[in-house]
Ligand binder design. Structure first.
Ligand code: HPA
Length: 288
């Protein structure tokens, strides 16, 4: 069985569970940010361990279940918890759930994560829109033979080489900014730099990353963005600043700090995601 066959089998299994629901939007909820899944209406909840070939999360704070239903009136599939490279998973495992969401026919995906803030001025608990990324994980999930069938008939999907200059969709970012402003709030844009982890960075690394133009640092999202773009799926990325990056805070970094800061904002994130789901459906429904 090929990787593509494994993805197809997982998608087939999920289609049977979802019945008539056809998700248009995917959402991935990061560390301690799972609350939005509770706002899904008429949820079909599928634990990762029951899905064929699906990787299971080992990190505390990732419950590991897929929740499908409607959010803000839009048919969605939400991943509550993801797996990371630092857990020992291969690049193919890390991006398997994204591939399955692609097979289910989503048009756009919202990727969320917990991130360290590299620039002065970010506040703990602030949500930042990802405008671009820098991949310093040391690998790319698409290394290996290209599989054109991963386009799943979406335009510009399945290509060996493809453009990444609009990886984080300009129009979706504009929608996110408008939706936030309507609530009387603001949403800044930043550049997310991905490392493999699991150790946090050194202060020297953070100084180097700042010079490179990064404003956020984290250990996820970038592989998912790359495979989503490979499938012709539009991406919106939202980071929750859970801590100041190494060297910027007098206290040592810890996973507990990251997790607890995530818990503080997960409600705010859930509200934003519900509004975004509503707005994005208008855009993606206008397309075939
Ligand atoms: N560094 C890397 N990943 C992270 C951080 C950080 O400071 N905070 C949350 N995820």
């Amino acid at each position: 069985m090929s990787y593509f066959d494994d993805v197809s089998e997982a998608a087939q299994f999920l289609r049977a569970k979802l019945g008539r629901l056809r998700p248009r939007l995917g959402i991935v909820l990061g560390s301690g940010l799972g609350a939005a899944a509770n706002a899904v209406h008429d949820p079909v909840i599928v634990p990762y361990e029951s899905i064929p070939h699906f990787p299971k999360s080992t990190v505390e704070g990732h419950s590991g279940r897929l929740v499908a239903g409607t959010l803000g009136g839009t048919p969605v599939v939400v991943m509550q918890g993801r797996v990371h490279f630092y857990e020992g998973y291969s690049p193919q495992d890390v991006t398997f759930p994204m591939r399955v969401m692609g097979a289910l026919g989503i048009r756009a995906v919202i990727l969320t994560n917990a991130a360290g803030g590299i620039v002065e001025g970010y506040k703990i608990g602030q949500l930042v829109l990802i405008a671009d990324h820098i991949n310093l994980m040391g690998w790319n999930p698409l290394v290996g033979p290209n599989e054109p069938r991963f386009s799943f008939n979406r335009p510009n999907g399945g290509l060996r080489f493809f453009d990444m200059s609009d990886a984080y969709s300009k129009r979706l970012r504009q929608v996110a900014i408008q939706a936030t402003e309507m609530e009387g709030q603001t949403l800044e844009e930043g550049v997310y730099l991905a490392v493999s982890g699991p150790s946090f960075e050194t202060p020297a690394e953070i100084r180097a990353f700042r010079t490179m133009g990064a404003t956020l640092v984290g250990m996820s999202t970038v592989p998912e963005t790359i495979v989503a773009r490979h499938m012709g799926i539009e991406v919106l990325g939202i980071s929750c600043v859970t801590n100041l990056a190494a060297g910027l805070s007098p206290t040592p970094l810890s996973h507990t700090e990251v997790f607890e800061a995530g818990k503080q904002v997960e409600r705010k994130l859930a509200e934003l995601l519900e509004r975004l789901a509503m707005w994005i459906s208008a855009l993606v429904d206008a397309e075939p």
